[in-house]
Design a protein around this ligand. Structure first.
Ligand SMILES: *[C@@H]1O[C@H](CO)[C@@H](O)[C@H](O)[C@H]1NC(C)=O
Ligand SMILES: *[C@@H]1O[C@H](CO)[C@@H](O)[C@H](O)[C@H]1NC(C)=O
Ligand SMILES: *[C@@H]1O[C@H](CO)[C@@H](O)[C@H](O)[C@H]1NC(C)=O
Ligand SMILES: *[C@@H]1O[C@H](CO)[C@@H](O)[C@H](O)[C@H]1NC(C)=O
Ligand SMILES: *[C@@H]1O[C@H](CO)[C@@H](O)[C@H](O)[C@H]1NC(C)=O
Length: 448
C-alpha cells in the first residue's frame, strides 16, 4: 500500500498531524492490552455478505430479498445498492491483509445463501462455492480464524416468491439443507458457525413495521401491501428458531465440531424449550407452539451465545394502557438486556460479542473520517466495560468489532460509515482510520 499523506487540520487540535503517522502514534488504550483478556480470547471484526461482497448479479449469484428491495427507488438512501459495494469478492486478500496488519485473530463473515443456491435449493453455483473457499483459505493462510454466519437478512428471493419464505415451514428444511451443504463443504476449515444474525431484527423489521424486506405489516404499522403484524412476526421467528435447531441437529449428528449462537424470544426457547412466560401471557394464541419433539430439538441447541450489542435498552414499564391494535412492537412491553442480564437469567452460557461498533455519517470529510477519535473512545470504553463484566464472571470468549471496512449499511446505503478502515466509494481504495491503529496497538502480541 502506498503510504497515505493527508493533512489533517482541526480547529480543536493544536498540532498538525499526518494520517500516516497514525501507525506510529502512541494511543491511550485505557490500560487495555491483549493480556487484559483471558488466554485464547478472540478479537475479530465482522461483516456480512451483501454489505461487502458486491458482484451481486455476477458469477451466478441468485437474488436475495434485499436485491429486489433495493431496486425500488426511495427504499435506500440515495437509491444505492450493494451491487458493487466494496467489492470484497475481488479484494478479499487486501482486506484479510488489513486484518492481519491490525493484529486481529478472527473474521466473522456471512455466506450469501443465494450465491451458493441461486434458487434457494437445488442447483449449486460452484463459482460461489469457490469464492468462499478462496476467502477461507486465505484467512487461514494469514492466521485469521474464519467464523461463518449462514444468514444475514438475505433470504433467497426464489423462496420468498415460492412460498413466502420465513412464513412457511418449508423454510426449515431448505435452510437446513443449505446449512448442511456449508458444513460439509467448508466445515473442514470453519470451526465456528452461526445460524441467524439478529433474528429479532428479521422478525420485527421484516414483519411488524415492514421497513425491511419482505415488507410485510398491518396497515396500522407501516406502508405494506400485505401482512399481519399481530401474527407474522411470531410465525417468522418460530420458523427461524426451528430452522436454527434443525441445522444444529444436522451439524451435531454429522459434523460435530465447534459451533455457535444467539435474548428472551430466541434464547429462552433454546435453553428451556419454550417461549418466555411473559411473552406467552401477552401474545397468547398468536404465539405459535412448539410440539413435544420440537421442544426437545430446540432446547439446548447452542454452544456459544452470540450477542450483537449496539445500544443498551433498559427495562421500562409501559405507561400507556394496553393498545387495541395488535403488533409485535405493542407486545414488547419490556426492553432488552446486556451481558450481565444474560448471565443472571440464563446461567453462564459461553458468550461471544459478535457485533459491536458505531457509525459516522457518510458526509464527513475524508480527514474527519480518518481521524475518528469518537470511535476510539467508544471502543476503549466498551472494551473496558466488557473486561469489567468478565472480571465479574461473565463467560465471554470473543469480541467482534463491526466492521472492518465501511460498507453498504442497509437502508442508509453508503451514508453511514461503520469501518475501522475507510473506503473511498469512487475507487474502492482502503485507508485505515485512527481506530484501526488503536486496535493494532491494543492487540499487539508481546511475544511474537
Ligand atoms: C431516487 O429515485 C427516484 C425515482 O427515480 C427519484 O425521484 C429520486 O430523486 C431519487 N433519489 C436520489 C437521492 O437520487
Ligand atoms: C408506500 O409505498 C408505495 C409503494 O412502494 C409508495 O408508492 C408510496 O409512496 C409509499 N407511501 C408512503 C407514505 O411512504
Ligand atoms: C381503538 O379502537 C377504537 C375504535 O375502533 C379507535 O377509535 C381508537 O382510535 C383505537 N385506539 C388506537 C390506539 O388505535
Ligand atoms: C463458560 O462456558 C464454557 C462453555 O460452555 C463452560 O465450559 C464453562 O464452564 C463456563 N464457565 C463458567 C464460569 O460458567
Ligand atoms: C450530514 O449528515 C447528517 C445525517 O445524515 C445530517 O444531519 C447533517 O445535516 C449532514 N451535514 C452536512 C454538512 O451535510
Amino acid at each position: 500500500m502506498k503510504p497515505l499523506v493527508i493533512l489533517l487540520s482541526f480547529t480543536f487540535f493544536s498540532t498538525t498531524l499526518y494520517a500516516n503517522s497514525h501507525s506510529q502514534q502512541h494511543f491511550d488504550t485505557g490500560g487495555l492490552s491483549r493480556e487484559s483478556f483471558p488466554e485464547g480470547f478472540l478479537f475479530g471484526t465482522a461483516a456480512s455478505a451483501y454489505q461487502v461482497e458486491g458482484m451481486a448479479s455476477e458469477d451466478g449469484r441468485g437474488p436475495s430479498i434485499w436485491d429486489a428491495f433495493v431496486k425500488t427507488p426511495g427504499h435506500i438512501a440515495n437509491n444505492e445498492t450493494g451491487e458493487v459495494s466494496i467489492d470484497q469478492y475481488h479484494r478479499y486478500k487486501e482486506d484479510v491483509d488489513l486484518m492481519q496488519m491490525l493484529n486481529f485473530d478472527a473474521y466473522r463473515f456471512s455466506i450469501s445463501w443465494s450465491r451458493i443456491f441461486p434458487n434457494g435449493i437445488g442447483e449449486v453455483n460452484w463459482k460461489g462455492v469457490d469464492y468462499y473457499n478462496r476467502l477461507i483459505d486465505y484467512l487461514l493462510e494469514k492466521g485469521i480464524t474464519p467464523h461463518a454466519n449462514l444468514y444475514h437478512y438475505d433470504l433467497p428471493l426464489a423462496l420468498q416468491e415460492k412460498y413466502l419464505g420465513l412464513l412457511d415451514r418449508q423454510v426449515i428444511q431448505d435452510f437446513a439443507d443449505y446449512a448442511e451443504f456449508c458444513f460439509k463443504t467448508f466445515g473442514d476449515r470453519v470451526k465456528t458457525w452461526m445460524t441467524f444474525n439478529e433474528p429479532r431484527v428479521v422478525a420485527a423489521l421484516g414483519f411488524d413495521n415492514g421497513i425491511n424486506p419482505p415488507n410485510r405489516c398491518s396497515k396500522k404499522f407501516g406502508n405494506c401491501t400485505d401482512g399481519n403484524s399481530a401474527t407474522e412476526p411470531y410465525i417468522a421467528a418460530h420458523h427461524l428458531i426451528l430452522s436454527h435447531a434443525e441445522a444444529v441437529k444436522r451439524y451435531r449428528e454429522k459434523y460435530q465440531r465447534a459451533r455457535d449462537f444467539h435474548i428472551g424470544w430466541f434464547l429462552h426457547p433454546l435453553i428451556y424449550g419454550k417461549y418466555p412466560r411473559t411473552m406467552q401471557k401477552i401474545v397468547r394464541e398468536r404465539l405459535p407452539k412448539f410440539t413435544k419433539s420440537e421442544v426437545e430439538k430446540v432446547k439446548n441447541s447452542f454452544d456459544v451465545l452470540c450477542l450483537n450489542h449496539y445500544t443498551s435498552y433498559y427495562i421500562y414499564e409501559p405507561h400507556q394502557p394496553p393498545s387495541n391494535v395488535t403488533g409485535y412492537q405493542q407486545d414488547w412491553n419490556a426492553g432488552f438486556a446486556s451481558v450481565t442480564y444474560v448471565k443472571k437469567h440464563y446461567g453462564s452460557p459461553n458468550i461471544i460479542l459478535s457485533e459491536n461498533g458505531m457509525d459516522d455519517p457518510g458526509n464527513l470529510t475524508f480527514p474527519e473520517s480518518l481521524y475518528d477519535i469518537n470511535r476510539v473512545s467508544f471502543y476503549r470504553s466498551y472494551l473496558k466495560e466488557l473486561k469489567g463484566a468478565m472480571d465479574d464472571g461473565a463467560n465471554v470468549t470473543g469480541y467482534f468489532a463491526w466492521s472492518i471496512l465501511d460498507n453498504f449499511e442497509w437502508l442508509l446505503g453508503y451514508t453511514s460509515r461503520f469501518g475501522l478502515v475507510y473506503v473511498d466509494h469512487n475507487d474502492l481504495k482502503r485507508y485505515p482510520k485512527l481506530s484501526a491503529y488503536w486496535f493494532k496497538q491494543m492487540l499487539e502480541r508481546k511475544n511474537s
